[in-house]
Design a protein around this ligand. Structure first.
Ligand code: IDP
Ligand code: MG
Length: 160
């Protein structure tokens, strides 16, 4: 076991996190941002945004054949969302753990969905499911100049 080699293999990833319209309407924006902020990931993009129909359809293209797809598109376009891009080592899988299972009743207490939601169709937050989809979704939801490269002051206190 060579810790320095393992560390050098760790990949910096980006993930697309979104507070869905129910999360915005229920006043959970600060709470949800706070979970990722406190964990120690780096915020590199953030905006309040009314999602147009075509973008919602593109974002959920893989679910097009599902019976709930039309309702899902209605839900995501029903009010403003908060779009976020977060960066960090292992951020994609870690964010999915912080979010919890798709069905909030099965999501563990302590997760965002486990603590703050009761139904799959109103599960308050989205998170990319792979590093590839993280990149794809950030490119879909953010324009040129909306992603910010910066070094948080806390960086040396998060990683040795
Ligand atoms: P995920 O958001 O946990 O990655 P996916 O399977 O990718 O879950 O589904 C995307 C979104 O579609 C879910 O978060 C949820 O809002 C919605 N969804 C998934 N399955 C159902 C369902 O059976 N009924 C209603 N909505 C669903
Ligand atoms: Mg998904």
């Amino acid at each position: 076991f060579l810790p320095h080699l393992v560390a050098s293999m760790e990949q910096v990833e980006e993930t697309y996190i979104m507070v869905k319209p129910d999360g915005v309407q229920r006043g959970l924006v600060g709470e949800i941002i706070s979970r990722f902020e406190k964990k120690g990931f780096k915020l590199i993009g953030l905006k309040l945004f009314q999602c147009p129909q075509d973008l919602a359809e593109e974002h959920y293209i893989d679910l097009k054949a599902k019976s709930f797809y039309p309702k899902l598109i209605d839900y995501i376009t029903s009010g403003p969302v908060v779009c976020m891009a977060w960066e960090g080592i292992g951020v994609v899988a870690s964010a999915r753990k912080l979010i919890g299972s798709t069905n909030p009743l099965q999501a563990e207490p302590g997760t965002i969905r486990g603590d703050l939601a009761v139904q799959t169709g109103r599960n308050v937050v989205h998170g990319s499911d792979s590093p590839e989809n993280g990149k794809r979704e950030i490119a879909l939801w953010f324009g040129e100049g909306e992603i910010c490269e910066w070094t948080p002051a806390q960086a040396p206190w998060l990683r040795e």
